[in-house]
Design a protein around this ligand. Structure first.
Ligand code: HEC
Length: 189
């Protein structure tokens, strides 16, 4: 054992020293070169290169339409699965501040001395793209959640925010017949 350790260390060091990747010819970032006529080793991407975020369509990645305005409606199909993801992610990521129904009632809100998280129901008239953009870039004191939520999860959260807003503002006539009847029966004395 006492001999094995130095041997192992030597082997590890040798790997570092003789690693061909360490010694091969290459340009380090921002080094100049005489190889290319403009003297720049970091080549700019060829014209027409699609940016990494462009792997999804620009509208999906930014929440903005070609006119630069917020998309009125989310550019992803609204499915039950999307809403379920949205609910899970909202409960995990947003509810600690905005409350489980988004009304701004939470322990964090109660204890926040600066600007408390507002009720998301106050923003009912805002377009879907606006909410996506708030989650992606943050808003005032609220940080961005782009690192926590993928693009799809952000749209899922937006869809669920819409569902929450509807849940707190729907008229009885908007409910499916069955639920409407249950409410109306419940109201009878
Ligand atoms: C750490 C607490 C916190 C978390 C978590 C949080 N927010 Fe916020 N949010 C805030 C605060 C605080 C504000 C008000 C910021 C200000 O006015 O400076 C705010 C503002 C907002 C607004 C209102 C923007 C406006 O126009 O007034 C929306 C919508 C919103 N948050 C949505 C979300 C969503 C969706 C999530 C989850 C992805 C989320 N927030 C997570 C604290 C939080």
């Amino acid at each position: 054992m006492s001999r094995a350790l130095p041997l192992l260390l030597c082997a590890l060091c040798a790997c570092q020293v003789f690693d061909p990747m360490q010694w091969q010819q290459k340009y380090k970032p921002y080094r100049g070169t005489t190889f290319f006529p403009d003297g720049v080793s970091m080549l700019p991407p060829p014209p027409g290169t699609v940016p990494w975020r462009g792997a999804v369509q620009p509208a999906v990645a930014t929440g903005l339409g070609p006119d630069g305005k917020f998309l009125a409606v989310a550019p992803v199909p609204l499915t039950r699965g999307l809403l379920e993801t949205g609910r899970r992610k909202f409960d995990q990521t947003c509810a600690i501040c905005h409350g489980l129904v988004g009304d701004g009632e939470s322990m964090v809100a109660k204890n926040m001395s600066l600007r408390p998280p507002p009720s998301i129901h106050l923003k009912r008239g805002f377009p879907d793209g606006y909410f996506y953009q708030v989650v992606t870039n943050g808003f005032g004191l609220m940080p961005s959640y782009a690192a926590e939520l993928t693009v799809e999860e952000r749209w899922a959260v937006v869809a669920y925010v819409r569902a929450l807003q509807l849940s707190q503002s729907a008229r009885v006539e908007q409910l499916p017949v069955e639920q409407r009847r249950r409410i109306e029966e419940g109201r009878r004395p």
